[in-house]
Design a protein around this ligand. Structure first.
Ligand SMILES: N[C@@H](CCC(=O)N[C@@H](CS)C(=O)NCC(=O)O)C(=O)O
Length: 203
C-alpha cells in the first residue's frame, strides 16, 4: 500500500490530488506544518531537509513532488494521465510539468515567506515586490497557453497536477490578476474537481 507523508497547505496536496484522481488506495501520515513535526528525527530520516511530500511504496521511499507524480503514473498507472512519448503533446507535457517547480514555485515561495512565514519586522517590501513581478511574468505564458483549452495540454494530465496546483496557490496568494482570464478560468476548473477538493481540504 502506498503511504504518503503529508502536511496541510503544502505540495503534499498534489499527491493526495493525484492519488484521488487515479482512485489508488493509500495510507496517510498526517503531520502538522510545524518545525516540531517536519524537522523531527523521524521525518528527517525520510527527507533530509524535513519537507513534504514523501511517498513510501514497499521498499521504495521517494521525495520531490514531481518525481513522485512521475513515479506513481509509471509504476501504478501504466503511464496514465500522461501522453505517450511519441505523441505531439509530450514535449508540452514535459515543459509545463517542469515549469511548475522551475519557474512558478520559486517566486511563490518568496511571496509566502515575505507575507506569512517571516515575522513582520523581518519582511522586505522590495524582495516581495520583485517576487510578485517575477511570478506575474512567469504566469503570463501559462495564461496564453490556456486560451481555448480546458487544461494545459488539452486533456487533463500530470502537468495539471503540478502546474495547476501552483496556479491555484498563485491565485490564493493574490497573484493572478483578473486580466489573466484564461488562467482564472483554469483555476476555477481545477477547484471544481472533486479529487482536488478532497486534497485541498485535507488537514
Ligand atoms: N521541490 C520540492 C519542495 C518541497 C517543499 O519545499 N515542501 C514544503 C511544503 S510545500 C515544505 O515541506 N516546507 C517545510 C519547510 O520548509 O520547513 C517538492 O516539489 O517536493
Amino acid at each position: 500500500m502506498l503511504k504518503l507523508h503529508f502536511a496541510p497547505n503544502s505540495r503534499a496536496g498534489r499527491i493526495v490530488w493525484l492519488l484521488e484522481e487515479l482512485g489508488l488506495p493509500y495510507d496517510i501520515n498526517k503531520m502538522a506544518f510545524s518545525q516540531e513535526d517536519l524537522k523531527s528525527d523521524e521525518h528527517r530520516a525520510r527527507h533530509p531537509l524535513g519537507r513534504v511530500p514523501v511517498l513510501d511504496d514497499g521498499d521504495v521511499q521517494i521525495y520531490e513532488s514531481g518525481a513522485i507524480v512521475e513515479y506513481v503514473l509509471e509504476r501504478h498507472k501504466n503511464g496514465g494521465l500522461k501522453p505517450s512519448v511519441d505523441s505531439q503533446q509530450y514535449p508540452e507535457y514535459l515543459q509545463w510539468f517542469h515549469y511548475c517547480e522551475g519557474m512558478v514555485m520559486p517566486p511563490v515561495n518568496t511571496v509566502v515567506v515575505q507575507t506569512v512565514l517571516l515575522p513582520p519586522d523581518r519582511r522586505d517590501e522590495t524582495v516581495l515586490g520583485q517576487a510578485k513581478r517575477l511570478l506575474s511574468k512567469a504566469l503570463e505564458p501559462v495564461n496564453q497557453a490556456l486560451e481555448g483549452r480546458d487544461y494545459l495540454i488539452g486533456d487533463f494530465s500530470g502537468a495539471d497536477i503540478m502546474l495547476g496546483h501552483a496556479c491555484f496557490m498563485s491565485n490564493r496568494i493574490g497573484c493572478v490578476s483578473d486580466d489573466m482570464e484564461h488562467l482564472k478560468a483554469y483555476v476555477g476548473r481545477i477547484e471544481a474537481r472533486a479529487a482536488f477538493q478532497t486534497a485541498i481540504t485535507m488537514q
